[in-house]
Design a protein around this ligand. Sequence first.
Ligand SMILES: [Zn+2]
Length: 591
Amino acid sequence: MARIPQSFIDQLLDRTDIVSIIDLRVSLKKTGREYSACCPFHDENTPSFTVSPTKQFYHCFGCGAHGSAISFLMEYDRLEFRDAVDVLAQAAGMELPEEAVEDAPAGPPREPLYDVLRIADRHYQSALRKSDATIAYLKKRGVSGDMAKRYGLGYAADSWDALTGIIGDKPAAARAGMLIERDSGGYFDRFRNRLMFPIRDTRGRTIAFGGRALGDDKAKYLNSPETPLFHKSDQMYGLYEARQAMRDLPRLLVVEGYMDVIALAQHGFPNAVATLGTATTASHLTTLFRHTQEVVFCFDGDTAGTRAARKAMEVSLPVMRGARRVRFMFMPEGEDPDTLLHSDNGTARMQAAIDEARPASEVLLDGLTEGLDLTTPDGRAQLIERARTPINALPPEAFRAELIGELSQLSRLPSADLRELFATNASARPAHDTPATQKPAARETDSARVTPVTRALSLLLADTALAGQVDHARADLADHDNPGARILAEAIDFFANNPNVAVARWLERYRDNRYFSRLQTLAAQSPPGDDDTRADEFVDAVARLSQQRRSRQTLRERYNALLAQQEHGPLDERAAQELKEVLSQLQGSTG
Ligand SMILES: [Zn+2]
């Protein structure tokens, strides 16, 4: 998708007041220079959510939520970035620039794809109304007419060209995964003799289909292939419908199949979603947590179910921030949600299963202690060893503390020792040893160190007028070896040239940067001290960084000089020793 130009985001944030945007949704009270409220992102009775009109930034001291007006809409209204920008633009009376509305020059436009999917959707639904056999099948499966309508169920006839015949833009339909092009030219229908489930994005647009075989086709379920609109590992079936059914989603149930989602909705659980024939990914989880605070996974009670649960646990750990909770529900042997709901007392049994779903900590500890004899020192040592990877994957928050507490009891080691042990191991491990799912958490922990760079950035973001005081150091920082120092140089440059611009506007430039989350955390801080001491500290930190860069510069020059000398003949003992030292200093001090 085409990028929205930075200049447009800049203008938009200039014309937007975060206070009024948030106040429309959460009523704010003025407290000193800031505004506050009870946090909309976690449960609390005393307000720890603050909005700064000068920074144009919100921050919650309770759960750590923070960001710009765009971030707020993404979190609170559960919008994608582009949609959040769209909402703000409408409020500000601005129109998205044409190049952002058009599609990326690299790929063909998407609009025709949505169009053909809309046509297919209507076609399948009207075919269902005329297919007595399919209606009978739905009745047999216990699906009501209401549900068929809410989920837009349809019927793909047992024909090679029922859809092909009514689609004008066949190449677009092929790109949308609905038609298949023949080698000999011409097209045919991908879905034949199937019950059709439209898969919708969070705006309700159909982006793909799932089809269940009605005849004896070997492939019981067939999904649309990956297309420019449809990425299996991001999308969940039923999320749009769940949001339509419930304004607030206290929890989302993750089940395996389309029919499970629909059966649950029909029995009063409209908050179920399903992955689309793939295991749950970190990207699924991130999407789900944008809409709810609690995710309950539903698995079969057999070994395959246990394995799937472990996998889901692994992707959940790195995103367990703030009040987010994950629980696991295991179906009785041989049942799935659909069969359970249609059994005697099905609704009550399902409700009980949800209530009894086990907290992530319990399931995790079960896995960690499995087969260990904790009455022996050896068993307890093995437990600590096994716990290292999952614990280090967790963000340094409540859930991590809770688990360490439990481990402390089981291992008979004090919590403080465990915390230290896990922290040390996290930084001692080489990077290539770290599974992909863990990286964000590990980065978060080690970047939490206070360095001259992070100190200077947090001081500058708290008072952007400081940029004017260190103008001269910009060049030194701009080609510093430390990427943080280069960001600091950009910030100084930005605020020196735009003295009255809010911090949030600068931050938005870094949304796609790997340091974005870290920068947001720094922007949320209010460093202690009065204006003068903070200014001194800032000037001092910047001076130290320039000095650092200059001494590296001197080292590099000396290194080059020694190398040049070496080309004219062997170095004497003293020069050779110096070359070694210069080299080791250059390699050692990249901080
Ligand atoms: Zn909060």
